[in-house]
Design a binder for this molecule. Structure first.
Ligand SMILES: Cc1cc2nc3c(=O)[nH]c(=O)nc-3n(C[C@H](O)[C@H](O)[C@H](O)COP(=O)(O)OP(=O)(O)OC[C@H]3O[C@@H](n4cnc5c(N)ncnc54)[C@H](O)[C@@H]3O)c2cc1C
Length: 458
């Protein structure tokens, strides 16, 4: 069977859904193919037993006016401002995060603070050059002492590589213009407002959030897309991208076990670059295929536990810097929005683990993961397992594109090859192997659509 659409979109995450929204708004018939039963990709919201679960926790934060207006238009009254309240669990105590001078001193003690200040000044007088790795960049910005105390171990747990093997771009994309100078100014109250526009994402004190999580946005967009006679097909995995004469000819799609072919004039891709290349038929030459094989991704598990308690902690999320547990971060969804848990006497926590799919933890049965999360919750916050009413596991494959020291070279080999396929446009976080947020993924999709709409309407 062969179905056709003017544009076929691989992936129903923020980039794919936004593209379909924009194209269908312009009268262009679009089909989105999403392998998951739910749309939203890494920003999906999962409903379980009266609780809305937002794996990772998604702050709505942007300096892009067009995207902000789109959010406001679609979410209207359902979006509220949320005051950030986050901490870091360090040396057995909770410290405010972003760090401030007061509790850093309390946690480290005067001796360590003095050595941190000395190491900060040393790193500014004698910075490491050239700056290639995350370790170089963070040691230069914060001083080796603070970098090693607060960032090294946590980052290595999140990314799964030693910081000396992570590209400096990771800090550039993640922490942007965050510097110790700014952090200290904020901490002592000198820098009360940010006249340069949006604060770094790390420092920002408030953000927006929809009452029932980010999934509401994708669902609202989906209603418009379907009204305009375009399609979103769930449980539809693109297994092959067939090429003919240097162009995409059709997609081979597995829809709930049935093989189908989807044909389009243009194809938008948001699946990870590695998978895209390895699913092309015929396969590209060895150099391109080998570059694709070398791209790495970090995977992510959320174990959501429903607890019979009104209050477990006040924060929206807590970073866990403690080598005796595997959990990296905790989310408390009702502190993002009270509507996320339908029974106010209960709390739903997300216990978050970063891993590779080859790791034992990824492959543990759900019931073992739930037991692990319960044990770690008891160790950290003395929550008894009898208070845990229910649990569910959400695995998010390829949550972070890994920036190892060769990633840029590999991406550039792949992009050079893909740029020659004129009806295939790759975009989004994994579609470009770029650490971006929802707003960037949406903006990227709109820009790609602006490029192809005139070609289709011509
Ligand atoms: C832990 C975590 C926390 C985050 N926090 C924030 C935040 O606070 N604020 C923020 O703005 N952003 C945040 N993000 C980033 C945000 O989730 C992403 O930027 C956004 O989801 C990227 O959208 P995308 O469409 O490019 O990709 P994705 O969300 O990855 O969507 C791609 C889609 O393609 C589908 N797919 C893959 N392969 C196939 C195939 N072969 N066939 C069919 N479908 C396929 C996938 O199932 C997925 O649905 C966070 C991400 C993570 C992991």
């Amino acid at each position: 069977m062969r179905d056709s659409a003017e544009v076929a979109v691989i992936g129903g995450g923020p980039a794919g859904i936004t593209a379909a929204y924009k194209l269908s708004e312009n009268g262009i018939n679009t089909t989105v193919l999403e392998r998951d039963p739910v749309i939203g990709g890494l920003s999906k919201t999962v409903f379980h037993n009266g609780c809305y679960i937002d794996p990772g926790g998604h702050r709505f934060l942007t300096d892009n006016q067009d995207i902000r207006q789109l959010w406001e238009r679609l979410l209207d009254a359902e979006m509220a401002e949320c005051k950030r309240n986050s901490s870091i669990f360090f040396n057995g105590r909770l410290l405010d995060y972003p760090l401030n001078v007061r509790n850093s001193v309390a946690a480290l003690g005067t001796g360590d603070i003095l050595s941190a200040i000395a190491s900060y000044f040393f790193s500014h007088v004698f910075p490491i050059k050239p700056v290639i790795t995350f370790e170089h960049l963070m040691s230069n910005r914060f001083g080796k002492k603070l970098y090693e105390t607060f960032f090294k171990e946590y980052t290595e747990r999140v990314i799964g590589l030693p910081c000396s093997e992570i590209s400096a771009d990771w800090a550039t994309d993640r922490i942007q213009d965050f510097s110790m100078g700014n952090a200290l100014k904020h901490a002592v109250g000198i820098k009360k407002s940010d006249k340069d526009g949006i604060k770094t994402r790390t420092q920002v004190k408030a953000f927006h959030y929809p009452a029932y999580g980010p999934g509401t946005l994708w669902d609202k967009m989906a209603v418009h897309i379907k009204k305009r006679k375009s399609l979103i097909i769930n449980n539809a995995e693109v297994v092959r991208v067939h090429l003919n004469d240097g162009e995409v000819d059709f997609l081979e799609v597995n829809i709930e076990g049935n093989k189908t072919e989807i044909k389009g004039r243009h194809y938008l891709n948001t699946m990870p670059l590695r998978e895209l290349i390895l699913r092309l038929l015929p396969l590209p030459d060895d150099e391109v295929a080998s570059a694709a094989h070398k791209l790495k991704y970090r995977d992510f598990i959320t174990v959501a536990l429903i607890i019979r308690k009104i209050l477990v902690f006040d924060e929206q999320w807590i970073y866990i810097n403690n080598p005796s547990v595997k959990v990296c971060r905790l989310q408390n969804y009702k502190n993002w929005s009270a509507s996320m848990v339908d029974d106010e006497n209960k709390t739903c926590l997300g216990i978050e683990y970063f891993c590779f799919q080859s790791d034992e933890i990824w492959n543990l049965p759900d019931k073992d993961l739930i037991e692990l999360a319960k044990r770690e919750l008891f160790l950290l916050f003395k929550i008894n397992s009898e208070d845990v009413e229910d649990g569910t596991v959400i695995r998010m494959p390829q949550a972070y594109p890994v920036y190892d020291l060769k990633y840029e070279d590999n991406v550039s080999i792949i992009m050079k090859y893909l740029n020659n396929i004129s009806n295939l446009h790759t975009m989004g976080r994994n579609g470009l192997h770029k650490y971006i947020n929802m707003d960037h993924a949406m903006d990227m999709a709109i820009k790609v659509c602006n490029k192809i709409i005139p070609l289709i309407q011509k």
